[in-house]
Design a protein around this ligand. Structure first.
Ligand SMILES: [Zn+2]
Length: 614
């Protein structure tokens, strides 16, 4: 082993790794939330071996490997302990000297799920778990991920059931052996498992299934009227893209407060951990129904087709994200459209969601200094950490602002083509292309996006996107809403969608009046840059103690905003750190909640977009 400075890990090559890695994960310690791993790796030749923990994860667009949760590494060869040493800066790389005559090595280690959300996303609860294979394996450096074969087995607690995009090759008691697949397919095929489990087909061909795990059995209160829009989602997405690029697709849905919420796309499955009362409080949680449509769209936009610089051959190679405004921006656009087309939302609810997105982007001062393209670096910069001034810093705005740009594109194609074409045609030509069932990844670049749009409706799309993506702006790109026959307006009462998002998040959102969001208990969660609360010196993390002399409550704060419009002052008792003070907010505009209102005489293209395909 190198004494001081290990050599850099070998770069990946497109050659077959000799042999099959056997990976066994024991997930039975759900009380302590520990996955115990035993991995047998064939050895090609003696000498230095570099084992890597997957670092750059496609669905995260960033080096988000939970290496800090990897522990207990012990490596043996031919019955002897082998010493390992970690690279001093590439901390995902472990170096081992393999002696002559060793044909395989055995690595033992654990993945320690966070046991408190402050440590990261909790992935194991007493009755369910979410297993991402990248967190429980090491792989040999020097090979493309698709060239390393892995046979994975998983042992679950008794009476638990599991769902995964991989076929089961064998099952013995509580141990499942999955089909042997390349490493990239394994990492793209997570497992949800639990004691309370339900599996339902979502299409006629029974290729797409909804797999539900939940904290408790009553949360699986799935009735046909709630499954119907999920089935319609699959049919409407089929109609949108025309061709399926998978042989099977597993929606992995966890209804849980025990494990951390997440939405991650994969080619033949998705992970969605959402509110536990998704089905059991169907109306009260409707605003959260866009997760499954979003992740399902990614099977086409993101997995089957991916921006060229986002594709990498191996998990140690940096992922670049320059086309995330297509990958995520257009996916967010379609998730709202498909929510409406499938009946998961009404068209009215979808428009209310678009109004909230538009208004949020409209007041984001960060677009003055950061072009949207710069926010494609945010997964690497911030990794979704909470930010003190999100509206000034911006955060992955290629999602929300990107979705508004694609509404602009859709309505523009419709207008330019005399309503003959739309972004639906782009979806078919760009994402639905190729053989049905083919699920290799095909990359694209900016030029291909421009060419496809020009074929649909000739226009200077290059200049259009350079302005939208690379330009700095005041306000949001609202042209699509206007060409869609609507305008963004503000009223004194919130939309049903708005009220629902507040209820689910247990907060009060006054971003467009006071310029703040606070929890029901008075914790300030966001302050709008240069808004009235900002001017009064409030920050994220401030606690609101009293409103005009009365103890704080969300209702008291809302009453005070209304009263301030008729000239009464608005004084808050606040605590920041150990300091308490009075903060007078100078604001007399009353309540302001965003809505879309029809423009008289304009063609309601937005309603045409949101209508189901027949
Ligand atoms: Zn996404």
């Amino acid at each position: 082993m190198p004494a001081s400075q290990p050599a850099e890990p070998p770069v990946p090559e497109d050659r077959a790794f000799p042999g099959t890695i056997r990976l066994h994960v024991d997930a039975r310690d759900v009380l302590r939330r520990i996955f115990k791993v035993r991995e047998i790796i064939p050895i090609e030749q003696p000498g230095q071996l570099v084992l890597l923990f997957p670092e750059w994860l496609p669905g995260y667009h960033a080096p988000q490997a939970p290496i800090e949760l990897f522990a207990g590494l012990k490596i043996q060869g031919a019955g002897r302990d082998l010493a390992w040493k970690r690279h001093p800066t590439q901390v995902h790389a472990f170096y081992v000297d393999v002696p002559e005559g060793v044909r395989e090595i055995e690595a033992e280690f654990q993945f320690l799920s966070p046991t408190d959300p402050a440590q990261g996303r909790v992935v194991v609860g007493p009755t369910l778990l979410s297993l991402q294979w990248n967190a429980v394996l090491l792989y040999p450096a020097g090979y493309f991920a698709r060239q390393i074969a892995v046979e994975a087995t998983l042992t679950l607690p008794d009476e638990w059931q599991a769902a995964c995009a991989l076929k089961e090759a064998a099952r013995e008691a509580a141990t499942i052996t999955f089909e042997t697949v390349p490493l990239d397919v394994l990492v793209d095929s997570p497992v949800f498992a639990g004691r309370y489990f339900q599996r339902l087909a979502l299409d006629e061909r029974a290729e797409v299934h909804l797999n539900i795990v939940a904290d408790s059995p009553e949360l699986l209160a799935v009735t046909p009227d709630k499954i119907a829009p999920h089935r319609a989602l699959i049919a409407q997405t089929d109609a949108l893209f025309g061709t399926r690029h998978f042989d099977r697709y597993e929606v992995l849905l966890a209804l849980s407060e025990e494990i951390g919420s997440i939405g991650v796309e994969h080619h033949r499955s998705c992970e969605a951990v959402t509110v536990k009362n998704y089905f059991s409080d169907w109306d009260a949680t409707f605003s959260r129904r866009d997760t499954v449509p979003h992740e399902f769209v990614h099977s086409w936009n993101g997995k089957y087709r991916r921006g060229a610089d986002s594709w990498t051959p191996s998990f140690d190679q940096p992922i670049r994200n320059s086309l995330m405004w297509v990958y995520e921006g257009q996916t967010q656009y379609w998730d709202r459209v498909l929510c409406a087309r499938s009946g998961l939302w009404t068209a009215e609810q979808a428009m209310q969601a678009i109004a909230l997105t538009a208004a949020t982007q409209e007041v984001r001062a960060g677009s003055r200094w950061r072009p949207m393209s710069d926010t494609t670096r945010d997964p690497i910069i911030a990794a979704r950490a909470a930010l003190p001034w999100a509206s000034w810093q911006r955060s992955e705005d290629y999602y929300a602002e990107g979705s508004l740009v694609w509404l602009d594109v859709d309505t523009r194609i419709r207008e330019l083509s005399g309503e003959a074409r739309s972004l639906d045609d782009f979806a078919q030509r760009f994402f639905g292309t190729g053989e049905a069932g083919d699920w290799t990844t095909n990359t694209y670049d900016f030029e291909e996006v421009i060419t496809c749009l020009n074929d649909l409706a000739p226009f200077d799309w290059r200049a259009f996107f350079l302005d939208k993506i690379e330009g700095k702006h005041e306000g949001a790109p609202l042209a699509g809403i206007e060409r869609g026959g609507f305008r963004l307006t503000y009223r004194s009462a919130p939309s049903a969608y708005w009220a629902n998002t507040e209820k689910v998040a247990e907060n009060v959102n006054l971003m467009f009046s006071l310029g703040l969001i606070a929890s029901e208990t008075g914790n300030v969660q966001e302050v709008l840059w240069e808004g009235p609360a900002f001017d009064a010196g409030l920050t994220t993390g401030t606690t609101l103690l009293a409103v005009n002399g009365d103890a704080y409550s969300a209702e008291a704060l809302k009453r005070a905003v209304a009263a301030a419009a008729s000239g009464e002052g608005l004084s808050l008792r606040v605590r920041a750190g150990k300091q308490e003070r009075e903060a007078d907010i100078r604001y007399t505009g009353g309540h302001r909640y965003p809505h879309l209102e029809p423009v008289e005489g304009a063609r309601p293209r937005l309603l045409e977009i949101l209508a189901p395909r027949s």
